[in-house]
Design a protein around this ligand. Structure first.
Ligand code: 13P
Length: 334
C-alpha cells in the first residue's frame, strides 16, 4: 500500500462538509443502548439497527465513512448485500474498530490501558479483505485525583502508535483516538492540561513508530469541563480552548481531525463543532465522528415501533448528519 493511497483515503474521510458516523459499539455497549430504550439485544435486532443507519437514503451527502464492529462487518442487509459492499457502492468508506477494549493498568490504580495488539496484523489483513479501509483504536484517559499518571498516558500512546504503524502496513488508515473522559468534576483548564499532555505524548509516539501522519486521522475529545463540574464553560470557550490545544500539539501535515461526542447532547456537539469552524482558517479540517450524538434520537424513535418507524428514524439520522456536516463548515444555524 502506498502512502498516496492512504493519504487519499484519509482526505476523503474529512472531505469538506462530511464526517463519520461511529456505529462500532461492542455487543456489550449496544446492549446498554438497546436496554435504555427497551430493545431486545438479539443478533437480528443489532443487524436491523445497523442496516437502518447504513442504508439511510443519501447518507453520503454528509457522511464520508462509518466505523463498524467486528460482528457488523460480517453482516449483510436483509437483501443479502454485505454491509461493507453496500457502503462502498453508496460512497461510504467502511471502517472497523480493532481494539479489544480497556483493561486495568497494572500499577496504576483507577487507570486503564487499551489492549488488542497481539495478533493485530492478521486481523487487519482480514478486515482489509472484508472491505475496511480505515480502522479505529480508542484509548481512554480518566481525570481524577492524581490521575492521569504519565505512565498511563505513555502506555496508551505507545499502544496507539504500534496499532497505527500496523494499520499503515496493512493498507488501512489509522484513526487514533485518545479520549479524555468527561466524567468528573474538573474544570476546563484541567481538561486542557491533560489533553495537551496526551496529544504531545501521542504525536511523540507516532513519530517513534515511524507512522506517516499524511495517512493518519486524529479522533479527539473536546476541551471541556467535566460533567459534574459547576463551572461549565460556554460554547465559545470550549471551541477556543479546543482549537488552541490542537494548534499547539497537532502537526499541520495531518489530513484532518474528527471529534467524538463523549456524552455531550446532540445540540452541544453540533454547536461546539460549528463554533470551532467559525474561528477562521485552521491547519486541518475539523469534523465529527460521533456515535451517540449521531444516533440517540433515531434509536429512541425506532424503539417505539421497529417496523413502522424504520424510515422515520432514517430521516432523523439524515437530519443529524446534515446538521453536523454544516457544522463542519461553520455553517450550522442552530
Ligand atoms: P461517542 O460520540 O458516543 O462518544 O462515540 C464515538 C466513539 O466512537 C467513541 O470511540
Amino acid at each position: 500500500m502506498s502512502i498516496e493511497q492512504l493519504a487519499e483515503t484519509a482526505q476523503a474521510m474529512v472531505a469538506a462538509g462530511k464526517g463519520i458516523i461511529a456505529i462500532d459499539e461492542s455487543t456489550t455497549t449496544i446492549a446498554k443502548r438497546f436496554q435504555g430504550v427497551g430493545i431486545e439485544n438479539t443478533e437480528e435486532n443489532r443487524r436491523a439497527y445497523r442496516e437502518l443507519l447504513l442504508t439511510t437514503p443519501k447518507l453520503s451527502d454528509y457522511i464520508s465513512g462509518a466505523i463498524l464492529y467486528d460482528e457488523t462487518i460480517r453482516q449483510s442487509t436483509k437483501d443479502g448485500v454485505p454491509f461493507a459492499k453496500y457502503m462502498s457502492e453508496h460512497g461510504i468508506i467502511p471502517g472497523i474498530k480493532v481494539d479489544k477494549g480497556t483493561h486495568a493498568l497494572a500499577g496504576c490504580p483507577g487507570e486503564v490501558v487499551t489492549e488488542g495488539l497481539d495478533g493485530l496484523r492478521d486481523r487487519l489483513k482480514e478486515y482489509y479483505k472484508l472491505g475496511a479501509r480505515f480502522a479505529k483504536w480508542r484509548a481512554v484517559i480518566t481525570i481524577g485525583e492524581d490521575i492521569p499518571s504519565g505512565t498511563c498516558i505513555e502506555a496508551n500512546a505507545h499502544a496507539l502508535a504500534r496499532y497505527a504503524a500496523l494499520c499503515q502496513e496493512c493498507g488501512l488508515v489509522p484513526m487514533v483516538e485518545p479520549e479524555v473522559l468527561m466524567d468528573g468534576d474538573h474544570n476546563i483548564e484541567v481538561c486542557y492540561e491533560v489533553t495537551e499532555a496526551v496529544l504531545r505524548s501521542l504525536f511523540g509516539a507516532l513519530y517513534e513508530q515511524n507512522v506517516l501522519l499524511e495517512g493518519t486521522i486524529l479522533k479527539a475529545s473536546m476541551v471541556i469541563a467535566g460533567k459534574d463540574s459547576d463551572e461549565q464553560a460556554d460554547v465559545d470557550e470550549v471551541a477556543e480552548s479546543t482549537v488552541m490545544c490542537l494548534k499547539s500539539t497537532v502537526p499541520a501535515i495531518l489530513p484532518g481531525i474528527v471529534f467524538l461526542s463523549g456524552g455531550q447532547t446532540d445540540e452541544q456537539s453540533t454547536a461546539h463543532l460549528n463554533a470551532m469552524n467559525q474561528l477562521g482558517s485552521l491547519p486541518w479540517p475539523l469534523s465529527f465522528s460521533y456515535g451517540r450524538a449521531m444516533q440517540q434520537a433515531a434509536l429512541k424513535l425506532w424503539s417505539q415501533d421497529l417496523k413502522g418507524n424504520f424510515a422515520k428514524a432514517q430521516a432523523v439520522v439524515y437530519e443529524r448528519a446534515k446538521e453536523n456536516g454544516l457544522a463542519a463548515l461553520g455553517k450550522w444555524e442552530g
